[in-house]
Write a protein that binds this ligand. Structure first.
Ligand code: PLP
Length: 222
């Protein structure tokens, strides 16, 4: 199924200027990405390392690649040379590996810290104590640029609950944003997906990650 260009136009027209659209193209072929690229879309999100590396080699160089899911530490080195933003840094171990590989590569890597806001046990993310720990020692991570926070709400039809979870993340973001210094420069709040981006934007999101609305449902068994 081709990408939904009408939907892309609709979403980009409706989003306020402060909100960046990341088109989540995981499991979708390079030609689908190219369709949206031709309309002007430049930010794309993937969450499988091998798939991302392959697509990167097939598509234009000015695409900004976002790694959006759970990233295994041993795969960090494969994406460090070209990734634009690693969203979803969900453990100290991963943070340390990104630091190490970035030093090796002689670059600074932009990241978002993923905060656990959903009540569900299954969603990855740092708790607030870990977040505070990182905040207290950003100097340990000289090769990392802390760009913001990312979070996923519970998967539920209860809009009030989703709204509350996003609102909580927004307040953390506001607090930590006000403490800017050195490599701690929070400007991005990544929250909202196909099913809940409307609520997320209302709660102060500056970046939405939208997949199925743009590319159709994913089929993991093909
Ligand atoms: C897959 C994925 C998305 C996009 O999900 P849709 O519901 O298809 O919009 C957003 N964020 C993350 C972290 C994802 O893994």
């Amino acid at each position: 199924m081709p990408a939904n260009r009408e939907k892309w136009r609709e979403i980009t027209a409706e989003l306020e200027e402060r909100v960046t659209l990341v088109a989540v193209s995981k499991t979708k072929p390079a030609e689908d990405i190219h369709e949206l690229y031709n309309l002007g879309q430049r930010d794309f999100g993937e969450n499988y390392v091998q798939e991302l590396v392959t697509k990167k080699s097939q598509l234009p160089d000015d695409i900004r690649w976002h790694f959006i899911g759970h990233l295994q530490s041993n795969k960090v080195k494969d994406i460090i040379p070209f990734v634009y933003l690693i969203q979803g840094v969900d453990s100290l171990k991963l943070l340390k590996e990104i630091q190490k590989q970035s030093v090796k590569a002689g670059i600074q890597t932009q990241i978002l810290l993923q905060v656990h806001i959903a009540e569900e046990e299954t969603k990855f993310g740092l708790d607030e104590r870990e977040l505070e720990e990182i905040r207290e020692a950003p100097d340990e991570y000289t090769a990392i640029l802390f760009k913001g926070l990312m979070g996923m709400a519970s998967t539920t039809d209860d809009q009030e609950k989703v709204s509350k979870e996003f609102n909580h993340l927004y307040s953390l973001f506001e607090k930590y944003k006000s403490e800017a210094a050195g490599n701690w420069q929070l400007a991005v709040l990544s929250m909202g997906m196909s099913g809940d981006y409307g609520i997320a934007v209302k709660q102060g999101s500056t970046m939405v990650r939208i997949g199925s609305l743009l590319f159709g449902e994913r089929n993991y068994h093909k």
